[in-house]
Design a binder for this molecule. Sequence first.
Ligand code: MRU
Length: 349
Amino acid sequence: MATPSAIIWSNNQLQLLDQRILPVQCEYLHYQDPFAVADAIRAMVVRGAPAIGITAAYGMVLAAQQITNTPASVAAWCSALAPAREALANSRPTAVNLFWALDRCDRVIEEQGNGGKLLQALTELAVQIHAEDIQINQRIGDFGASLIPADSIVYTHCNAGALATGGYGTALGVIRSAHRDAKIRGVFAGETRPWLQGARLTSWELMQDGIPVTLAIEGAAAHIMREHQPSWIIVGADRVAANGDAANKIGTYNLAIIAKHHGAKVMVAAPTSTFDANIGGPQIPIEQRPAEEITHSFGKRIAPEGVVTSNPAFDVTPAQLIDAIVTEHGIIHQPNRDKVLAHLAAAQK
Ligand code: MRU
């Protein structure tokens, strides 16, 4: 059984698979309002950098649908769409795919805002971003799989799978392609506190594809690496900076440090839409999530009332700890600023 789509666009309506209740319940929520879409991104109904970008593009389509008196100019469209654009842009700060998708919508507004076909053009763009993402992930998967030795144990964190993207996944795309090539003996999935993307989503996705997966708690990572010698730690990214530093789910940095000690290699699998050539790793904005996510578990308090908390949703793994960044255009080995910028320049040709 294939993983259900995280995002469905049908009859000019958006449906999002509610990832907060997976895998116990599999339910789609329907959206016609861009502000509700922004809330859904913030609340993690939909999550994962590419999926957030695709959803934001559909959010802009819903915003354009709501405007009944068709604006006659680019400026009038921009001001009519500005509140929805701002709400979407403020939903989550780290995944740069969100801003990449909104920028692409801005370009279409610039190009088409003076004619009467903007709604159609925005819809075509969102559908294209969605469809392209699946092909991009298949290419990432194949490039990444070429690095995996036969009979490998690999280790992944969070969920960078079909559920986090238009389909197939980035890190899980690499694992899917490597499994297709009969290179995977087993996958360890870290549970990924506090949202449990590894426990709830990654292990579910891999089991549906018949890929042997073992779920483990975060704190077991060093022990597992010593005992099972994974060849690669394979993760996605929310933002890859110009110098090759990569922001991903909190705990990725820990894994990269542990991997160095145990001789496992670290692969970041991400489309070029996840790159931000304008900043270095230390400048990547790190989302702080509400305290309740760690003081409570499934609605029940587990920490003392009034405890001081820190709940960063992402961390930044320095490029020096990354062996390969894999995009739809190929592999950046031992990434650094020159290699990243050369890769992005070649990708634009
Ligand atoms: O908080 P989340 O679930 O949105 O975090 C997701 C991740 O960290 C993923 O690894 C990343 O977005 C890449 S998804 C292909």
